[in-house]
Design a protein around this ligand. Structure first.
Ligand code: CO
Length: 132
């Protein structure tokens, strides 16, 4: 069912420092910070040939990554995102497999429908499925 790795999202305590690290030490192509108030994060995209890395920093009062950064003050991998051809079929399959979907299907950071799967069902990793 899953296709390409769409992105790896890393929560970072300092966006500027993280951007400088990827641009400098790793020589990566790094975007400007993009505030996404509806998702409670500011994102910097690191463009790779085969996928991307998203550096996430909390934005606003109820950021979904604030708690994660409290537990992981130096940052860490927050989730990975796989592409699926059909989000409704993917959600159906996850339910049939007895896997817990966090919330409902929603429109994700790229304007595409996504679901998030509970880490307890996926080896401790928060998994995002995005319709390609
Ligand atoms: Co994501």
């Amino acid at each position: 069912m899953i296709g390409k790795l769409n992105h790896v999202a890393i929560a970072v305590p300092n966006l500027e420092a993280a951007a400088a690290l990827y641009r400098g030490a790793l020589g990566a192509k790094v975007s400007e910070p993009l505030p996404q108030p509806e998702h409670g994060v500011t994102v910097i995209f690191v463009e790779l040939d085969n996928t991307k890395v998203e550096l996430l920093h909390p934005l606003g009062e109820k950021s979904p990554i604030a708690g994660f950064l409290e537990k992981n003050p130096s940052g860490g991998i927050h989730h990975i995102c796989y592409e699926v051809p059909d989000i409704n079929a993917a959600a159906e399959r996850m339910r049939a497999e007895g896997k817990k979907i966090l919330g409902d299907i929603k429109i994700g950071a790229h304007g595409k429908p996504v679901i998030f799967m509970h880490p307890k069902d996926f080896n401790g990793t928060l998994v995002e499925l995005e319709q390609k």
